[in-house]
Design a protein around this ligand. Structure first.
Ligand code: SAH
Length: 364
């Protein structure tokens, strides 16, 4: 599989010259035939990595409680689009729906939409979520154009392709991918596109500090489409991902295979590639678009504020020994600061500044 993708990438470079890292990442993850997500179910112990909803049902239960609370705060609209971007195995959506069964009117009001590019994962989602009759979309423009929206994305933004701008002794270049003398893929310098530099935050541009700045046009365009949707149709978006609360220099692009780090060029198409999310950028884009941004807060603080510990205790009280063990381990993985509790952050965007979403009181 990946040998074919490697040849295909090399052919492209031979034909068009070196490509930027974003183009490389996009091919590795999303090439229609050989892309990482397009060809497999990467999650869990036997896969390459595990995400919060796969760690414990508690995560989806808290997100479900949060979303239904927001729906009530929005005046319980009779028709609302519940949209998940990058739903993976469909576990988060299944837990959200199960946790909100008892919220009067919520299930009657929601229509479930899944934005998913992978045919393999669409198949798994359709099995798990069949009773909720979900609709699949390729991008947000395919959503019905009038109803309000509850949108959620867990570890979705980190999968969008990033580009790296590198400043050395005050001079910027863009990092690209080329073919070395040994016929292997290698890093190369590309001239930097002025419009990309314009997107670098002022404090970083003027600091003169040497280092790498990661930026993503695809992510910024996606967020723009979220902001437009929320402005036009009203609603809220909740993003959870690993990342930093302030825009900063730093190289975070990483490849993971079988729960271990891998090299960027080791096996294109058969390892996951992600980059940390710049949450300040998301909040700035939202406020510039006239929306209210809440957070980021750490995932641990968010989940604790929503009562994850009390919920775990209730589950624990009626669990057998094996279940007790998995409830405690799951809870700790989600909230402990040396596990997912601090590196992962949560941010919400809402059309209405007077709505106060729960869980965002932590000051970072
Ligand atoms: N949210 C899930 C899966 C996270 S992995 C979880 O927490 O377990 C990233 C998910 O985003 C996968 O489902 C992948 O196929 C999907 N994805 C990545 N890029 C995408 C894109 N551009 N459009 C739609 N889905 C995408």
């Amino acid at each position: 599989m990946s040998a074919k993708l490697l040849e295909l990438i090399k052919d492209k470079i031979r034909a068009n010259g070196p490509m930027d890292l974003g183009a490389y990442m996009e091919l590795c993850l999303g090439h229609p035939e050989h892309g990482y997500y397009m060809t497999r179910d990467p999650f869990g112990k036997d896969g390459d990595f595990t995400t919060a909803p796969e760690v414990s049902q508690l995560f989806g239960e808290m997100v479900g409680a949060w979303l239904s609370d927001l729906w009530i705060k929005m005046g319980s609209p009779a028709d609302v689009l519940l949209v998940e971007c990058g739903p993976g195995r469909g576990t988060l959506m299944a837990d959200i729906m199960r946790a909100t069964k008892g919220v009067p009117g919520f299930h009657e009001a929601v229509r479930v939409y899944l934005m998913e590019m992978s045919p393999v994962l669409r198949g798994i989602q359709s099995e798990k979520l069949a009773i909720y009759e979900p609709h699949w979309i390729d991008d947000l423009s395919q959503l019905p154009a009038t109803s309000p929206v509850l949108l959620v994305g867990n570890e979705f933004l980190d999968a969008l392709p990033v580009r790296q701008l590198v400043r050395t002794n005050g001079e910027w270049i863009e990092r690209g991918v080329s073919i070395g003398g040994d016929e292997r893929l290698c890093l190369t310098d590309l001239p930097v596109d002025a419009s990309l530099l314009e997107g670098v935050p002022k404090p970083i541009l003027t600091s003169g500090e040497d280092g790498t700045f990661e930026t993503s046009r695809v992510l910024n365009q996606f967020l723009k489409s979220v902001d437009i949707l929320l402005k036009k149709q009203k609603g809220v978006a909740l993003f959870a991902d690993y990342g930093h609360e302030r825009s900063a220099m730093g190289e975070t692009l990483q490849c993971v295979k079988s729960h271990k780090f891998a090299g960027l060029f080791d096996t294109p198409g058969s390892c996951d590639i992600t980059a940390h999310v710049d949450f300040e950028n998301i909040a700035n884009l939202a406020t510039a678009d006239g929306l209210a941004a809440h957070g980021p807060v750490t995932q641990g603080a968010f989940l604790k504020a929503l009562g994850i510990e009390a919920r775990a205790e209730r589950l624990w009280a009626v669990a057998n020994e094996a279940q007790k063990e998995s409830i405690s381990t799951g809870l700790n993985r989600l909230i402990d600061t040396d596990q997912m509790g601090a590196l992962f952050k949560v941010l919400a965007i809402c059309h209405d500044p007077s709505i106060r979403p729960e869980g965002f009181d932590e000051v970072l």
